[in-house]
Ligand binder design. Structure first.
Ligand SMILES: *Cc1c(COP(=O)(O)O)cnc(C)c1O
Length: 223
């Protein structure tokens, strides 16, 4: 992990590169709460955690005024209950069973949860996410779940050495995002295209991403 000065410089550089085109979400898995709080002092407004247990461990120590905590990792159904009142968006909705559990827990607490549909861009069997052609039927299926707010699309593209490699995939998902937006023009909640990580956030933003999830380019390599 980088030192504080370097973390501050990275955040400032990334914010200026984004130039208001996309919101910066700092991916904070493995990062201790004091460093998360430092990143928040440096201008980060949204953080994303991957694991429910890790979020719970750090939650009390994270300074929460004026910030958003999102859940970005694969979410097991039995963990929904633990995180539902601690996050304001779940990026990784990828099954109907998970949708039903979020619906149930949100209803019990009288809240509505913003969710992004996770797409498996390269149809890699090892990864979570829905095949792109299943997104619309899935949206139809979850429509009756009124405590869910379908708010956009998210994907974790395949690892690559060249950030340009994923451009075609980004363009495809971006087009789907826009098509769905146009089909539901009265739906103001459909707003987030969560694409782009440390290695490819600039091509992602050029393809229309408005929410980038960046970990190692801020905090350094994870150990
Ligand atoms: C870890 C993680 C990121 C950030 O990855 P980096 O390559 O370190 O920027 C983004 N999205 C998800 C879902 C992650 O798990």
């Amino acid at each position: 992990m980088y030192g504080r000065d370097e973390i501050r410089k990275n955040i400032e550089r990334i914010l200026s590169e984004l130039d208001g085109r996309a919101e910066l979400l700092a991916a904070t898995k493995t990062i201790p709460a004091d460093i998360i709080n430092y990143a928040l002092e440096c201008g980060v407004r949204t953080i994303g955690e991957n694991r429910a247990d890790e979020l719970l461990e750090k939650y009390d120590a994270i300074r929460k005024e004026g910030i958003e905590i999102h859940f970005i990792g694969h979410l097991q159904r039995n963990k929904v209950k633990k995180i539902i009142d601690k996050v304001s968006m779940i990026h990784s909705l990828d099954s109907y069973e998970l949708a039903c559990e979020i619906e149930k827990q949100a209803a019990e607490r009288g809240l509505r949860m913003r969710v992004l549909i996770e797409i498996n861009l390269a149809s890699e069997p090892s990864k979570s996410g829905l095949p792109i052609e299943e997104v619309r039927p899935f949206l139809d299926r979850i429509r009756p779940l009124t405590h869910l707010i379908p708010s956009g699309l998210m994907a974790v593209p395949p690892k690559t050495d060249d950030p340009e490699d994923n451009r075609k995939l980004f363009e495809k998902i971006s087009q789907l995002f826009i098509d769905i937006l146009h089909e539901n023009e009265d739906n103001r909640e459909w707003r987030y295209l969560s694409l782009g990580m440390s290695g490819d956030y600039l091509p992602a933003v050029e393809c229309g991403s408005n929410l980038v999830r960046i970990g190692s380019a801020i905090f350094g390599p994870r150990t």
